[in-house]
Design a protein around this ligand. Structure first.
Ligand SMILES: [Zn+2]
Length: 341
């Protein structure tokens, strides 16, 4: 890819029909829309202009250092994502933005529980996201999308089970498909290890949901082992620390588990010091399938094209490397027929 200009690289990437398997609803909302909503609800901070407002939504390397600093950026969107119409229109915009980036397969993940403060039910939250994304699916027949339901680690295993029952209890796959394709746990790893979530993941499997787990972002390889052995995921989110244990990488490769790799986010949360330090090449050498993803485009100030460009530069990827990466991501997606809306 060395001889290609940035524009040529972007055109090449767009031609591949990319897949983003790890994108959080709350971390992907348009700042302009939130700004408008903050005016509508009279909750704008007096004297704050749009650029200052936007700065509050985006990671700042000068002041933000840790996973908790990073997670703090999600508080502002939450004020406005408690209402059906807002969730729906934000989801349409997220899907439209993804399509414009060249993404043809999008998995959008959301924890419905934190969007129920104004009285919405879990079903309504999911339905709003689905309805929003369906507009984009209708407008672009080559676009596929699905939802990954997230349980917050900090809410514990029992709440995760309750959430699953709510999601699945309302989801009639044959008559009223809501497009939920997978289940995940997210939030601070250290106090809430995989062992707490054995039962919810069993339940998710019984209910026909595919399984992915945030692991090894803020914890060592021992907890990634736990996630693999106790929860039986098909994919892992981040799994950066897995690179410290060659036996673990072998196991991940042997089980065909794909790793959702989010380069910019991993630097910002302190999982790696610089993008060049990311174990992506190590993962690939070990035969692990990898899916470059964005995590949180708004919070991280990135998009999927940007993430591929960063990978190309940091690791000197060739055209065939990039093709292989894009194919791996699409193949590892949970979105199938049900993603067609
Ligand atoms: Zn994530």
């Amino acid at each position: 890819m060395k001889n290609r200009s940035r524009e040529e690289r972007m055109e090449f990437l767009r031609s591949l029909g990319l897949a983003d398997l790890h994108r959080h609803f709350d971390g992907a909302v348009r700042p302009e829309t939130l700004w408008g909503l903050s005016q509508k609800y009279y909750s704008a901070i007096p004297g704050l202009d749009f650029e200052e407002f936007r700065a509050k939504l985006t990671y700042n390397p000068k002041t933000d250092r840790t996973l908790l600093d990073y997670l703090d950026k999600f508080h502002i969107p939450l004020q406005y994502t408690q209402f059906y119409d807002n969730i729906q229109s934000l989801a349409t915009e997220i899907a439209e933005d993804a399509y414009a980036e060249g993404i043809r397969t999008l998995e959008l993940r959301i924890n419905p529980v934190i969007h129920r403060r104004a009285g919405l039910t879990t079903r309504q939250v999911i339905s709003a996201v689905r309805k929003g994304m369906r507009e984009t699916i209708r407008a672009h027949p080559d676009f596929r999308a699905g939802i990954v339901a997230i349980a917050m680690r900090s809410h514990g295993g029992n709440m995760a089970k309750i959430l699953l029952r709510e999601v699945i209890g309302e989801l009639d796959r044959f008559h009223n498909d809501l497009g939920v394709v997978g289940f995940d746990i997210a939030g601070p790893e250290r106090p809430f290890p995989p062992v707490l979530f054995i039962e919810p993941f069993k339940l998710a499997e019984t209910m026909g949901l595919r399984k992915t787990v945030h692991a090894g972002e803020d914890e060592g390889p021992a907890r990634v082992w736990d996630a693999v052995e106790m929860l039986g995921p098909e994919r892992l989110g981040h799994a950066v620390s897995a690179a410290e244990d060659p036996k673990l990488l072998k196991r991940i490769a042997a089980d065909g588990i794909a790793i959702e790799v989010c380069l910019t986010s991993n630097v910002q949360t302190g999982a790696i010091p610089r993008i060049e330090d990311h174990p992506l090449p190590k993962f690939l050498d070990a035969g692990v399938r990898c899916a470059l993803s964005t995590d949180n485009p708004t919070v991280s100030g990135t998009n999927l094209l940007q993430e591929y460009l960063l990978a190309i530069d940091a690791f000197g990827l060739s055209e065939s490397d990039v093709r292989a990466l894009a194919r791996m991501a699409t193949e590892a997606s949970f979105v199938g027929r049900e993603g067609r809306g």
